[in-house]
Design a binder for this molecule. Structure first.
Ligand SMILES: *Cc1c(COP(=O)(O)O)cnc(C)c1O
Length: 414
């Protein structure tokens, strides 16, 4: 059974009617399915079971403690990009030895904290960062395990904002510089060269970019071997694509086969950093229609969720499916679904055929990743509540904010 499915036309989250969730917890509301998170994570586990591996869930996709808890209980590792995410993972019961730390701008404080708890590996994105990690590790009297993030210069064939593997991107170290940086790293007493990593983009639905990237990295690993530098893990990043509109999600079994084929008999542990693939389809956002309005050539559905709750449509022109929660007999019209925020970019969907009335509930599908985590308080809008459905129960995993809290840290002049 799908985790979000219909019974007699009405939308359910597992065995919970979405209309009931909206009634109990209000709107806008993010609803996550625990079973959907587990099923998606398990796909990676099954696909890689015959090869040494570690799944490092990309925390930035959805960092709610309950989401991290569900994955930590499965034995997941985590890919973090900040000291804040490190603290979240530890608070949710994640193990430091299964944490990899990515990101181009790690501060001295963040590096110190990560070394103190003993993370699995730093994914280093520049020579300057390598020097900083080496100095801090040396001062602390520890050895820092590192991997270099290589920019393999492959085109991930995705939206330019979420493509990260081309030379012109800010991420990683170029293929041509990599050998020299590895050689330097290998000489540093406070550095242990462990791995090589890449992350070429997000929402990839084709295998070829992964194949290209992995083959290039393996070529580099072979060259390092001739220099006496042994790489023991290959981190292939995240980016596995899901279905928003009509895309075919990346087939994880095929993807894993492509990676393991390229590795062959080499003794390389595989690390993978999926975010969207695990969290995206596991969440929906419920919103209520406040008003319907029309002008000469357009109909608008003004809903109570806005770009501050879900920014993907405004930021990347991302298309998210929008469905009525309950079936209706009113006539279908073509609507722009917009929020109350004072920006023309404030829309959730454009030109959607919907049979709706004022007061109806809509569900924005596949909003479990890069949904709530990218939300803001713009227009002094409290952020939505988050609920996790697990079995027959629904748990509030983040309370709705209230307005007073939003300005509680502000002050008037004396
Ligand atoms: C964002 C990110 C991921 C996760 O990307 P998804 O598209 O959500 O799978 C993995 N690794 C790194 C380094 C990232 O920046």
């Amino acid at each position: 059974m799908e985790h979000f499915h219909r019974r007699k036309g009405a939308l359910y989250a597992q065995s919970y009617a979405c209309s009931q969730l909206a009634e109990e917890f209000g709107t806008p509301l993010f609803v996550y399915s625990r079973e959907a998170l587990e099923t998606a994570w398990q796909k990676f586990e099954d696909a890689l079971e015959n090869h040494p591996h570690l799944i490092c869930y990309a925390v930035k996709a959805n960092s709610n403690l309950a989401v991290l808890d569900v994955l930590a209980r499965l034995g997941s590792g985590f890919d973090i990009v900040s000291g804040g995410e490190l603290k979240r993972v530890l608070a949710a019961g994640g193990l430091p030895e299964k944490i990899v730390f990515s990101g181009v701008g790690k501060t001295a404080t963040e590096i110190t904290e990560a070394l103190e708890v003993g993370i699995r590996c730093f994914n280093v994105e520049s020579e300057a960062e390598l020097d900083r990690i080496a100095n801090i590790a040396s001062a602390l009297g520890v050895v820092a395990p590192i991997s270099l993030r290589i920019n393999p210069d492959v085109d991930a064939q995705t939206h330019p904002y979420i493509s990260t593997g081309l030379k012109e991107n800010k991420f990683g170290i170029n293929m041509t510089d990599a050998i020299e940086v590895y050689k330097r790293a290998a000489q540093m007493p406070s550095i242990e060269v462990q791995g090589m990593d890449c992350h070429i983009g997000s929402q990839l639905t084709k295998i070829e970019p992964y194949k290209d990237a992995v083959e290039r990295l393996i070529g580099l690993i072979e060259r390092l071997k001739t220099e006496g530098i042994e790489i023991t893990h290959l981190d292939v990043g995240g980016g596995q694509g899901i279905c928003y509109e009509d895309e075919t999600p990346l087939d994880i079994a095929q993807w894993a086969e492509c990676v393991t084929d390229a590795i062959g008999e080499r003794k390389l542990e595989i690390l993978v950093e999926p975010g969207r693939f695990i969290a995206g389809p596991a969440g929906i956002m419920l919103t209520r229609v406040e008003y319907l309005k029309s002008n000469e050539d357009k109909h608008f559905a003004v809903v109570d969720a806005a770009m501050n709750d879900l920014i993907r449509p405004a930021l990347y022109s991302a298309w998210q499916a929008i469905e009525p929660v309950e079936p209706s007999t009113v006539a279908e019209k073509v609507y722009d679904v917009v929020g109350p925020v004072c920006e023309s970019a404030d829309f959730l969907g454009k030109e959607r055929k919907l049979a709706i009335e004022q007061g109806d509930l809509l569900a924005v599908m596949s909003t479990g990743a890069y949904g709530f985590v990218m939300s803001s308080n713009y227009n002094t809008r409290p952020r939505a509540a988050e609920v996790m459905v697990s079995g027959d129960e629904a748990y509030v995993v983040r309370e709705r904010e209230n307005v007073e809290d939003l300005f509680a840290d502000e002050s008037l002049l004396p």
